[in-house]
Design a protein around this ligand. Structure first.
Ligand SMILES: Cc1ncc(COP(=O)(O)O)c(C=O)c1O
Length: 355
């Protein structure tokens, strides 16, 4: 398969004020489009095309049975104007892991990765350069057979769109307050919790609304069976520093194997910290807060990078983290990771690629 290029006649106006980018509201001139049809022998079309609305049947499987998964990664502008990406091969691979669970067609990972590089090169002028900004990359994979009936599709679209973004949180790096959900669940053993499928997020909206009504910005999910053990936050994995040790929920099939999570575990270990991946109960965290050993809590994710947590509310108990400010290790990890992503720090782990 060859990657085609379809030129756009008129380019869009780029955002003039990078302080007003927000998140995921502005899209660039081009997108990558790949098409699959079993009847045509598999993947048969790949092109960098003008960004525009899709035309697919209202009967398309994705609209009814949610055969869909997606990814999220970023391209960064370094101080000397170069373009970097961070572990994009891991996102492409994770998309295949999600797709496999949803019985979707296997993705040619290297072809997709190289095609994303080409798209970013074409759209490099859309990468903002102010501190904390980046170009968010959203690969999306959908089953589109125009047939009503629950089955795996035989036709797919895989497209990648680009959005220049500012910081994920309007409040910047200020500690967030988190609502521990104990009525609704996000994932159960044997379900799709470990995938990045749209259905997981649709099912999470209800709890998000309740949390917002109560003044909390994010939901912390507990396990779907006993409502006791910590899984993850809405769009982040979660880590705790208790008595000098970093602990984080193990990959148990219910949580997303975050690429930021893995990077932070490795960075913290390289800084000499003991990091343990294991089952953690909410009671254990409440006890640690009570006895003064809950030192820091932070979330990790591509969008928010490393996000300090100032307090958790669990069954009407408010759990304060440290002094409620940004923890020392949280800040160190944030600086170290963003340093690598923006090319300010040496990349000893081989995580970045310059385009
Ligand atoms: C549910 C969920 N958990 C964790 C993460 C963090 O994953 P990553 O670090 O790969 O962005 C995300 C965001 O992608 C997410 O949506």
């Amino acid at each position: 398969m060859k990657l085609e290029f379809i030129k756009r006649e008129v380019l869009k106006e780029k955002p003039a004020d990078e302080s007003k980018l927000g998140f995921g509201r502005i899209f660039s001139d081009y997108m990558l489009m790949m098409k699959y049809d079993e009847a045509k022998g598999g993947w048969y079309y790949a092109a960098i095309e003008p960004y525009e609305n899709l035309s697919i049947s209202p009967a398309a499987l994705v609209f009814h049975y949610a055969q869909e998964c997606f990814e999220g990664m970023k391209a960064y502008r370094t101080a000397d104007g170069e373009v970097m990406m961070f572990r994009p091969w891991d996102n492409v691979h994770r998309m295949n892991i999600s797709g496999e669970r949803l019985c979707m067609a296997p993705i040619p990972e290297d072809f997709l990765l190289q095609s994303i590089y080409e798209l970013i090169k074409v759209e490099k002028d859309w990468i903002p350069s102010s501190p904390g900004t980046s170009l968010y990359i959203r690969p999306t994979f959908i089953g589109i057979d125009p047939v009503i009936g629950v089955k795996a599709a035989s036709q797919y679209l895989l497209y990648v769109i680009l959005s220049p973004v500012g910081s994920y949180y309007a409040s910047g790096l200020a500690p967030v307050s988190i609502y521990v959900e104990n009525k609704y669940v996000r994932a159960v053993k044997g379900g799709t919790g470990y995938t990045k499928c749209g259905g997981n997020y649709a099912a999470s909206l209800k709890a998000g609304e309740v949390a917002h009504e109560r003044g909390y910005s994010q939901v912390l999910w507990l396990d779907g069976r006993e409502n006791k053990y910590i899984d993850e936050v809405g769009a982040m994995n979660i880590m705790f520093k208790v008595n000098g040790e970093v602990i984080t929920p193990e990959l148990n099939g219910s949580i997303l194997a975050g690429i930021t999570r893995d990077s932070i575990i490795k960075l913290a270990r390289s800084m000499g910290y003991k990091v343990t991946e294991r089952r953690i109960s909410m009671q254990e965290i409440a006890d640690a807060a009570e006895n003064g050993t809950l030192e820091e809590v932070w979330g990790t994710g591509t969008a928010a990078v490393v996000s300090p947590v100032g307090e958790l509310i669990w069954e009407d108990k408010v759990i304060k983290v440290g002094d409620g400010g940004m923890g020392k290790l949280t800040l160190e990890l944030y600086n170290k990771l963003t340093g690598i992503q923006y090319g300010r720090e040496a990349d000893e782990m081989g995580w970045t690629v310059k385009l």
